[in-house]
Design a protein around this ligand. Structure first.
Ligand SMILES: Cc1cc2nc3c(=O)[nH]c(=O)nc-3n(C[C@H](O)[C@H](O)[C@H](O)COP(=O)(O)OP(=O)(O)OC[C@H]3O[C@@H](n4cnc5c(N)ncnc54)[C@H](O)[C@@H]3O)c2cc1C
Length: 648
């Protein structure tokens, strides 16, 4: 069968890139002068291992070393003018200060696993600050904490913990070559998430270089920025170079099983049952589902769907068998299917390594299975029907190298408040879906992108809505990009609400507070950029009004609304697109009930928050207050009820 168990990305490929002559650019020359004067390093001294210009012999290999997605390692991909690999925080400070002085864009790279290449590609002149030299890990078992530098990989972190203790671990992702910096700042989901939440949930302090080149920790940066960098995407806020994390207890023995079912063996029914139970099982039990395409056992060259149920149980075999018997006996897990091992062996197992050998393989920072790939994500709140699954199988079977990973939530994931950190996908989510397709040659790109977008389209009725949510660490630029540096909150909400739901508002506020000049974004108007740089709020009021106008509301004269009382005060005579009642203030929210053509609203003003803001602005219910948080209670064709909450 062609499916890998937990991991993915199956092709090793090396590309040559042309070396740019961009170092002649004045800004980068000035940057270099500045950087050298602040650090006493010289470019000619290659032993410094810090500065790499396009003429440095190792420039290309350093650039490609950790870049994961071959889609962004092509001849035509824009290249950095310089790569800086700091040896300490003073080098990071110098890089920030000098790029600010010389108006050069910075891309921050830790492990290089960004799905859309954002850590090593920019469409305006840029340098890469690559943190791979900064990977110290200090484990303090007595206090159950660790300090880990951003340039360390998850494999190095797991290895360092195992060197000190057999009964502590850390709840982060399953791929050992992923970098700590991007992973923790984007969330970090692994096999212990039902027990302990995300990696970002277990961060207790951090050290960052901010847009002014200052080194800050949790106390000196303040709680809002500290909140933002735990799941809100670090690159919008500064360069985080070290993280203090909570280690978590793990039992000395954990148990694994892998059970595969093809369509012919009733896979659909098993998946249906899994959807009902996986998020309700004991927190110690994580059963992930990987769904892919394989040759049919009938041998007639037909394809089939194969579903792999892959379990990690934080406990002994007998206990697991009892649990499975009580809650998912249909799967038929038997003693012989269950393998007991240590937690660090389970890390190896899940990553596809032998559990017999040394766990030193976790120290290998190079992922040899690089490929072209595209991924997307979704959240599921209601089980998908049998008919829905059957339709899904039909599309999946069309693409041999496409597959899905379904990650169960519930447990600790559902207990943590959706506002605790920027990652909002908590209670109410049954599971998260990751769709992935990989391929081997650039010319195939269009065909595979089309397929995964069609698959995503098919899933629309079955997944979360308003917003259709997505996981930041599975970054997907199809969801929207900032097109210029003055992107409004409303425009950015197109993608921002999907990753962060109502937390996007607070992220934007933090961004405005900590980086008012937008240094960690720094886009020219000509730039096509980027998925998750958080934007400023200055145009929200204008946009709210504009949306109202588009929808037919009379704006500009709030008294118009104020002077009318009772029902249907916002009734537009010539165009009945919008008709709402006077908002009523309740204890926790403001309810506006009435008609708003939902479809029209989305077409005209894709940002619901701005629409509501404008509406409430019209009612003079808010002035300079925060944008409302909007929950759509009913988005059908019958009267729309919108609930609006203020604050968080
Ligand atoms: C093969 C593979 C397996 C994966 N498995 C999992 C998994 O099991 N669970 C999961 O949750 N995710 C997984 N991911 C996704 C992964 O968590 C994200 O891509 C993550 O952002 C990668 O972090 P990085 O440091 O390697 O990436 P990078 O490409 O270096 O960075 C990613 C983003 O974070 C920013 N950034 C990086 N470092 C810093 C820093 N120090 N300060 C500020 N901003 C920074 C970058 O600018 C970029 O925007 C996987 C990805 C791949 C390619």
């Amino acid at each position: 069968m062609k499916i890998s168990v937990f991991g993915f990305l199956t092709l090793a490929f090396l590309l040559c890139v042309s070396i740019p002559s961009a170092t002649s650019d004045l800004a980068s020359i000035n940057f270099l002068k500045c950087f050298q004067s602040k650090t006493n390093l010289s470019v000619s001294n290659s032993s410094s291992n810090v500065i790499f210009t396009a003429t440095t012999s190792s420039y290309t290999s350093i650039l490609q070393s950790s870049a994961q997605n071959l889609r962004f390692v092509t001849k035509s991909t824009p290249k950095p003018q310089l790569i800086i690999r700091p040896l300490g925080k003073s080098h990071i400070q110098a890089a920030v200060t000098c790029s600010k002085e010389n108006n050069i864009n910075i891309r921050i790279r830790s492990g290089g696993h960004d799905y859309e290449g954002l850590s090593y590609v920019s469409h305006i002149p840029f340098i890469i600050v690559d943190l791979s030299n900064l990977r110290s890990i200090k484990i303090d078992i007595e206090n159950q904490i660790a300090w880990v530098d951003s340039g360390a990989t998850l494999g190095e972190l797991y290895h360092a913990i195992a060197e000190k203790s057999k009964i502590y671990g850390f709840p982060a992702g399953t791929c050992p070559t992923v970098g700590v910096g991007g992973h923790l700042s984007g969330g970090g989901m692994g096999t212990m998430c039902r027990k302990y939440g995300l990696a970002a949930d277990n961060v207790i302090d951090a050290r960052i270089v901010d847009a002014n080149g200052r080194v800050l920790n949790r106390k000196s940066m303040g709680e809002d920025p500290f909140w933002a960098i735990r799941g809100g995407g670090g690159a919008s806020f500064g360069i985080i170079f070290s993280w203090k994390i909570k280690l978590v207890p793990v039992p000395s023995t954990v148990t694994m099983f892998l059970i595969q079912k093809s369509l012919e063996q009733g896979a659909t029914k098993f998946v249906q049952k899994w959807q009902l139970v996986a998020n309700k099982l004991s927190k110690d039990l994580f059963i992930r589902v990987i769904i892919g395409v394989a040759d049919s056992a009938s041998g007639n060259s037909n394809k089939t769907i194969v579903v792999t149920f892959a379990a990690v149980f934080l406990g002994r075999r007998e206990q697991l068998l009892t649990m499975m018997e009580n809650s998912f006996h249909e799967l038929g897990v038997e003693q012989k299917d269950c393998i007991e091992m240590s937690w660090i062996q389970s890390v190896l197992y899940v990553a596809g390594f032998s559990t017999e050998g040394s766990y030193n393989v976790l120290l290998n920072r190079t992922n040899t299975n690089k490929s072209y790939f595209k991924a997307k994500s979704d959240y599921v709140k209601e089980p998908i029907s049998e008919k829905g699954l059957e339709g899904l199988w039909k599309i999946l079977i069309e693409e041999e190298s496409g597959y899905m990973i379904w990650t169960p939530y519930g447990g600790r994931m559902g207990e943590i408040s959706e506002f605790q950190i920027p990652f909002p996908h908590r209670s109410g989510n049954l599971y998260e879906i990751q769709y992935i397709v990989t391929w081997e040659a650039k010319k195939e790109t269009e065909e595979h992108l089309n397929w995964i977008r069609r698959l995503y389209g098919y899933m629309t009725p079955f997944v979360s809505k308003n917003p259709r949510s997505a996981y930041l660490n599975y970054r997907d630029l199809d969801l929207g990009i900032n097109r210029n540096e003055n992107e409004s909150y409303g425009q950015a909400s197109v993608w921002g609400l999907k990753y962060f739901n109502s937390n996007f508002k607070r992220l934007a506020q933090v961004k405005t507070q900590v980086d008012p000049s937008n240094f960690f974004c720094h886009m020219s108007k000509l730039t096509i950029q980027m998925g998750t740089e958080v934007v400023h709020l200055h145009t929200e009021q204008k946009e709210g009004k504009m949306c109202m106008r588009k929808l037919g509301f009379v704006t500009g004269n709030p008294k118009f609304y104020k002077s009318l009382s009772g029902l249907a005060i916002c009734h537009l005579q010539e165009n009945k697109a919008a008709e709402v009642t006077q908002p009523t203030i309740k204890a926790t929210h403001i309810a506006i009930e009435g008609w708003i053509s939902y479809r029209r609203m989305l077409e005209d003003c894709s940002n619901l928050e701005a629409v509501l803001w404008g509406l409430l602005w019209g009612f003079e219910m808010i002035k300079d207050q925060e944008m409302p948080v909007v929950q759509i209670i009913n988005d059908g064709t019958s009267p729309l009820v919108l609930r609006v909450r203020f604050g968080f």
